[in-house]
Design a binder for this molecule. Sequence first.
Ligand code: NAD
Ligand code: UGA
Length: 439
Amino acid sequence: MRISVIGAGYVGLITGACLADLDNEVYCVDVIEEKVRKINNKIPPIYEEGLSELLKKNIGKNLTASTDAENAVKNSDITFIAVGTPGGDDGSINLTYIEESAKSIGKALKEKNNYHVVVVKSTVIPGTTDSVVIPILEEFSGKTAGRDFGVCMNPEFLREGKAIYDFMNPDRIVIGELNKKSGDMIRELYKNFDCPIMRTSLRAAEMIKYASNAFLATKISFINEIANICERTGVDVTEVAKGIGLDRRINPNFLNAGVGFGGSCFPKDVNALVREAKEENYEPVLLNAVLDLNEKQKMRAYEIARDIMDLSGKKIAVLGLAFKEGTDDVRYAPAIPTIEKLLKSGAKIFVYDPEAMENAKGIFGNKVKYCKSIDSALENADLCIIMTEWNDFKEIYDKFSLMKNKIVVDGRRILDPVKAENQGMEYYGIGFPGKQYTR
Ligand code: NAD
Ligand code: UGA
């Protein structure tokens, strides 16, 4: 099929590259010329496992990037809107990029004769496709949605770092449809996917996306709350997560206690759902608690460090800046407020992350030292804090000998406390009944 994708960020570029790899003809569109140039030169503008290979394979064949949305829409039968919907301080989402995209698509639809389907893939509050996107498409095309062109809402559930795997192997595909004809076209596009495909209304599809992220965020805040109780009751939370995860109704996923959830989605989406509930005069008690707990949890590694030693003048190695492993994304990463607090305490910060160093430079400038390796961050350090669950950090036991004081705060519970202590380390971890209460 002929596809255009407006917005070539995490979601748009992965969608475009994967659909091209599945033998569709794809046009990716972005307003940032540099991004478009990189994609056409087969250079991934973001770090994502497997993306470089997909670009090398499909650019020049059936995948092209451009800044010309109207042309891309005219040359395709289905257009995905995958632009950002950033959150504001009050939890509201900014629909400017959605509106701009809808205008360009509407203008192109005016000159099209075939039945074109517009698909909202960005995460939007229930009712947005109906009350914002469709009216703009109709106004700028002079046509009627449903009759002259189709509209669907197809939320995306991919995780950064595993985006290509998740897109290609989804647990389910949700197709919200304005009418059957629109939904049939998108169903056809996904015909080779081996997973349940749920067809529903536009509004339900929009809500399914928010409810999925809110549930996953709740699972994380839940296990973090249990972790905080465990620390005080002499129980290791990883044992508890294992024990409850064996119940099939609970399942073992998303029960890793740590310094809380970050990233461009959970914080933004749960805040947006809270705001939406309040707009509808409903006080979302549980979701508010999920967010409150997460805010506190982000500072947990810092608090443990502060309780261990006077941080002023100390050399602290911070391993991990990205909000999670497998990405260079530092948006809402728990490492950011942690480092800010450490700096305020007068500590000297030496950071290392396998992928996120460039993005972190935009935040910390020259306030921290950027190290080229784990070794150079740890050398002569008084304390090591692990903030991201990178695989590279899981087997660093023999590197601890480089430190001045062999003390580690494991903010992601990725080290084995027994192995660490066998190396002479003083080990502290989230949800680990450690010395933080006995020192
Ligand atoms: P992003 O910021 O990485 O990418 C958005 C892209 O859209 C940018 O490159 C921007 O330049 C481009 N853009 C903005 N306005 C444009 C326009 N008028 N025409 C063409 N391009 C335009 O965002 P993202 O992380 O890909 O997220 C996109 C949407 O998908 C959001 O609603 C997000 O909540 C949702 N989502 C994201 C993820 C994720 O893991 N990042 C997963 C699922 C859903
Ligand atoms: C999340 C969802 O997992 C995706 O399904 C969804 O599509 C996406 O948001 C979105 O809507 O954008 P993502 O933010 O990329 O994906 O990353 P996750 O793997 O979900 O991790 C989010 C945060 O939770 C990270 O900071 C991670 O460290 C933390 N986390 C995750 C935990 O603290 N514990 C866990 O057990 C799992």
